[in-house]
Design a protein around this ligand. Sequence first.
Ligand SMILES: [Zn+2]
Ligand SMILES: [Zn+2]
Length: 211
Amino acid sequence: MSGNILPLSSWKWQEEDLVAPDEDVDFNNTLELTSWIVDQLRACPYNDVRSLIEKKKNITRLVQLKQLREKGTIVHPKLHLERQQKMSALAAFVTIDKVNSDPCKQCLHTKSRGPCAECVAGNNNLFNGACTNCQFSSTASACSFYEGKNRKAKKHGRSTSNDDHSSERFYLTPEVLEELTTRELERWRNMIENELDIRNVSCSTRKRPRS
Ligand SMILES: [Zn+2]
Ligand SMILES: [Zn+2]
């Protein structure tokens, strides 16, 4: 880790310094929510997250969470601000220039959990073109803006016999787990946790910040 942690007041929204909210964050107040998120991103232990957020001190947009309906109540998606991938996605969301005019297909889908109401994608150097919501959800390669190598086979895309497993069912066995690297395991865990999040909606609309 290099460099000093910059104070939250280094970041501005429309000329005004960001101010850390009180302990009970109002998730419906986009400035308060964004300030709370930036406050955690700027001090997090991940270099990629910090370099993303430090790249732009005048933030580009505020985080407005997607509103999800669960049994008649409005709930917000969980942010999981301890996970590196989610933090880097949010750091990009508040700082990048948006290159897409329409939302990606995943964000349009009724099952999309966001977390942000707006679909924001940068150029191909960032998350291979995937939008920040898809990156957040560990589904970047399924984003309709994704330009990376592992693009899911399109209808007319070329697919070799090696990478077309669509007809095979995959089984997770202890042997398979043992062969995976720690990094791969963490990726799998994130994907599984995300899938569980999608099926199991949290009831909390307010979250206490971590101290
Ligand atoms: Zn999207
Ligand atoms: Zn997307």
